[in-house]
Design a protein around this ligand. Structure first.
Ligand code: DC
Length: 221
């Protein structure tokens, strides 16, 4: 099986790029952030304290998460219910970032992620795929862009979806998540030593897809 790891900060375009590359290559796309989001959603729904490791660890036994694929689209199933839409709110983004700093949560999700890579050709995106989850991945890409550009993309996505948003608030949330994800003790966001760093600031989406596709063609044996 082949595995491509794509890591990077929020809003760098990992999921859009990974989805398009997966389509071109016939691999499955695994969005690991969705797994942390599902735990964040569950923690909020049962009133756990998302900043308290003991509180969140205590609810893990009641969680069953699986990823399903139909027409190449990933669906996140939490205790039998499709929560793919619900996990995209800003509240769940913050909860996902908080619970992802808890070691038991990361341990809990490790097998699910590795099993998907054992059984499928995957493009997996996240924060620690190249460093921790799949250290032997065939290709590792660290995708990034300036905070302002990432906030702008997210802001435009929200507006397009009809969600009211404030650019400064989006930028502030994104910078907080960047800081928290990069400075946590366990599995912080950082490029793997053998990753190829790709900065997409100033690129149109199609340019970035083309760039990544060329990197894959040249580097995936
Ligand atoms: O990629 P995303 O924004 O959907 O991820 C949500 C949160 O989950 C993010 O703030 C950090 C965390 N995460 C992580 O710690 N490790 C991963 N492999 C993926 C996501």
């Amino acid at each position: 099986m082949k595995a491509i790891a794509i890591d990077g900060p929020s809003g760098a375009g990992k999921s859009t790029m990974a989805r398009k590359l997966a389509e071109k290559l016939g691999f499955i796309y695994v969005d690991t952030g969705a797994l942390y989001r599902a735990i964040g959603l569950f923690a909020l729904s049962v009133g756990a304290n998302i900043y308290e490791p003991a509180s969140v660890s205590g609810i893990l036994a009641g969680i069953d998460i699986s990823l399903k694929y139909s027409d190449g689209q990933q669906q996140v199933v939490l205790n039998g219910k499709d929560v793919s839409g619900e996990i995209r709110s800003e509240a769940v983004s913050m909860a996902a970032s908080a619970v992802s700093a808890i070691p038991r949560v990361r341990e809990f999700l490790l097998d699910t992620q590795r099993k998907l890579a054992r059984e499928n050709n995957v493009i997996m995106d996240g924060r620690d795929i190249g460093t921790v989850v799949l250290p032997d991945a065939d290709l590792k890409i660290f995708l990034t862009a300036s905070p302002e550009e990432r906030a702008n993309r997210r802001y435009n996505q929200l507006i397009k979806k009809g969600v009211s948003a404030n650019y400064d608030a989006v930028l502030k949330d994104l910078e907080k998540r960047d800081y928290d994800d990069s400075n946590r003790e366990i599995c912080p966001l950082k490029p793997a030593e053998d990753s190829i760093i790709v900065d997409t600031t100033g690129n149109e989406l199609e340019e970035s897809v083309e760039l990544l596709f060329n990197i894959v063609k040249e580097n995936l044996k």
